[in-house]
Design a protein around this ligand. Structure first.
Ligand code: NIG
Ligand code: FE
Length: 426
């Protein structure tokens, strides 16, 4: 007797993202799902035969289907905004100058400390809904606007609650070393001690940390301070990642690569030396074109060298109030292609399988493969390049997470059996 699936989606063109150098296309295909997992992918379904049985079938209307999108770098939990600083920057004051004069990250720290957990949850949930509407099914969220135990905990608890109560999954990153808080203004090393000796162990004990991040930059933390945080993470058996080489080259990516970091992120000033270090690691290079665009940067990450050395490239929104107030991963695809000259294929890879690698979840998500989670997006597009080509206008028609429809703009699924040719196997 044939297996009865929970859900079959048919009449679709699939970009599985399961192959190294191409989209892994299955035309006129069907995807069979059971217990939240992909159980079968049937290309050219009209040429196959036999009957497929399922509790539910969805006619995909000829739409393209990709893996659920993954935003592997966000600061989605925060209060307040930085519109005033935006206006200051338009008048010629730089991001660095604003940060050094006590604004920047620390102005968001003030607003976030003053917000209740419920307020932060509501703000973040609203932002998250925009991302989901464009097909995001896995998301990373960092702390880093609390900068003391109570407020970093509050932020990470909001991320955990979003993981529990939203339909999508969230990777929680502890970014205590994001900026020096005002009370440690004259003693950043003491703040790093607090991060290492009290904040990280306590938050870890509460199960709030999946990964530890550091903003390694001359307006934030030095290589030595970063190393201290990484050493503590290693002691606690926590993985690490890094904001690296955004505004200058401190060589953070070399350190990160030697520590098997999940990813190094930004990378405008990445050196050839660091590229060599990345080459012999599993660390993903995550590019953040939204921050490059919004801060009016001129130095681009060394894309050709990353390519030449086969370093996996992810792209992400970096959604945050200061350097990338962006709630559209599709717009980030457009920026990755227009500003960084990624191909539309590389850009899509950057928000699917390579973003999954950057969160070390590529065994479960990031591509459409048998036994992976059934995280799928249906798109009303003519070609896959359209995902990068368009600026605005949302072609997302349906989002499926773990086999459940979490968003639909097409007629409700019918409960039926998909008829195939009557002879032969399935
Ligand atoms: O990824 N670079 C450091 N952190 C953020 C900016 C945070 C902020 O300005 O609030 C980033 O760009
Ligand atoms: Fe960031």
């Amino acid at each position: 007797m044939s297996e009865i699936y929970d859900l079959i989606i048919h009449n679709i063109n699939v970009a599985s993202m399961a192959e190294q150098d191409n989209y892994g296309i299955h035309e006129d295909a069907a995807i069979c799902i059971k217990n939240g997992l992909i159980k079968k992918i049937i290309p050219n379904i009209k040429q196959h035969s036999g009957e497929l049985e399922a509790e539910k079938a969805i006619d995909g209307n000829g739409y393209w289907v990709t893996p659920g999108l993954i935003d592997c770098h966000t600061h989605l939990v925060y209060a307040g905004d930085r519109a005033k600083e935006f206006e200051m920057r338009l008048q010629g004051i730089s991001y660095e100058e604003i940060a050094r004069s006590g604004g920047g990250i620390n102005s968001t720290v003030k607003a976030t400390r003053n917000a209740s957990k419920d307020e932060l949850f509501d703000l973040a949930a609203k932002r998250l809904s925009y991302l989901i509407e464009e097909g995001v099914t896995t998301l990373e969220i960092k702390s880093g606007y609390g900068l003391d135990l109570v407020n970093e905990k509050k932020m990470l608890e909001v991320a955990r609650e979003l993981d529990e109560f939203s339909p999508i999954e969230i990777s929680k990153t502890f970014l205590g070393a994001h900026a020096v808080p005002p009370e440690f203004k004259n003693n950043p090393d003491e703040y790093i001690n607090l991060v290492c000796d009290s904040m990280m162990p306590e938050l870890h004990q509460s199960g709030l940390i999946d990964c530890v991040d550091v903003f390694c930059e001359n307006i934030a933390f030095s290589i030595e301070q970063t190393e201290k945080v990484f050493n503590k993470a290693r002691q606690l058996e926590l993985p690490v990642k890094m904001h690296a080489e955004q505004l200058s080259d401190l060589g953070g990516s070399t350190l990160a690569a030697t520590r098997d970091a999940w990813s190094v992120d930004h990378l405008e000033y990445l050196s050839e030396n660091s590229i060599n270090a990345l080459k012999s690691s599993n660390t993903v290079a995550t590019l953040l074109p939204g921050a490059f665009y919004f801060l009016n940067e001129t130095v681009r990450p060394p894309i050709d060298l990353l390519r030449k050395n086969n370093i996996p490239i992810a792209i992400a929104s970096d959604s945050n109030p200061g350097s990338s107030p962006c709630l559209s991963l599709l717009l980030i695809l457009n920026m990755a292609t227009t500003l960084f000259k990624l191909t539309p294929f590389e850009a899509l890879k950057g928000v699917t399988i390579n973003a999954a690698r950057a969160l070390r979840r590529d065994d479960k998500v990031g591509s459409i493969e048998v036994e992976k989670q059934a995280d799928l997006v249906l798109w009303d597009i003519e070609s896959l390049a359209e995902l990068s080509y368009k600026m605005g206008g949302n072609p997302c028609k349906m989002v499926i997470k773990n086999g459940e429809v979490i968003l639909s703009k097409i007629a409700s699924p019918s409960s039926t059996t998909v008829e195939e040719q009557p002879d032969g196997n399935q």
